[in-house]
Design a protein around this ligand. Sequence first.
Ligand code: PHE
Length: 463
Amino acid sequence: MPALRDHWRSRFGFVMAAAGSAIGLGNLWKFPYITWDNRGGAFVLVYLVCIAAVGLPIMMAEVLIGRMTQKSPVGALKQAAGPVWALVGALGVFTGFVILSYYNVIAGWSLRNFVRCTQWSIGDFPAGVSVADGFTDFLQSPPRQMLVTVLFLGATMLVVSRGVGRGIEQAARFLMPALFGILLLLLCSALTMDGAGRAIGFIFTPRFDELRWHGVLEALGHSFFTLSLGMGAMITYGSYMKRNDSVVSASVLVVALDTLIAVTATVIMFSVIFTVPGMEQQVETAGTVGMLFVTLPEMFYTYVPLGRVLAPLFYVLVAFAALTSTISLLEVVVAYFIDERGMSRRAATAFCGSCILALSLLCSLSLGAWDVLSGFSLLAGKRGLLANLDHLAANWLLPIGGFFLTLVAGWVLTAETTRPELMDAATPRWFRYGTWRLFIRWVAPLAVLAIILTVIFLGEDFS
Ligand code: PHE
């Protein structure tokens, strides 16, 4: 007789944990830079449409499958759709393993920037210092890279080993409100800056002549990544919901929070960029991937009101956001070993954590420290193990997983099964079951198929 399944202690706990999973480096690091690369406005609009038309229905589908079966992805899909579909769950577990291995490394950088900024805030920001050079040194230093990677994964393992209610929920209940608070403070500071008006114009004024087909597909791919969809993270979190918690309202809240945070973070960053003279050109030429870790620190000390206080706080925010996401990634892998292999939570966490650490350390050395790993190139001309794994997950694993999940929710499961799961006393009045079914059967799978086919035939890069 297996031990009783751990559950969220409250609806608020689930929403914070799921929003914590969704809100992460995807919102603070990826979204701003892809928005910049795609010239704002029209891209943001397309992204919002993708979130509403594809992301939201799949979010509901994943949470529904989890709550209905009370199992993690492998067992959930086996029970809901049949033994062959368990393979989709297994793909999800593998995807969690891959994403966590590199995500954890980038998350670790927030610790490094936090320490550096604290030093600068206490002492003085040294004039003439190159933040970019300092960061490159750090990327190429094996001991420092490995240290932050170990620390970040260690923190993630600590939370996951404490379980759902006592570990994950407790952490999210504290970290998420703290994150919202810090972001609000930063937003207030950003809105007083001269560049705020231009930033808002750039983000919210659609200029369709600047939109490229590639941008549409990138927006779609990113909506999976940012909402943690396509690998069963939301099935796993849904499986810890009690039967009387509403799937629809919780999903809507999570999607809304994720979108709000992504847009807010972008307004903050662009306000800074548009305020600083010459910054725009610098961002264009230096590449936009480093916006979060390289472009911002210098700005905090030179242009941002109260920057001395806000800079270290900002990296606390990034660390918190990343931590609640790494927790969910590890939980998917750990839950598989608990549910399907009968391991204890502690043993599963220790085992999965050690395997992930091994791959993670290799990723951390692939940024210049170790030539073999840094030069490694398999996919779409990406250089380095880390970049290749990111490409693999965002362009292949998540869309493929997401596609099969729409088939399960829309085609394998009957309306008689899914309707009562979605329509309960707490379901918002505006929600129409028929609309969800139309989207999950047609709109979402066709859109996802479009990404997969484009990747196959055109070799597009969406990461
Ligand atoms: N959604 C997270 C982010 O935006 C990343 C993530 C993907 C987490 C898939 C869990 C599963 O950063």
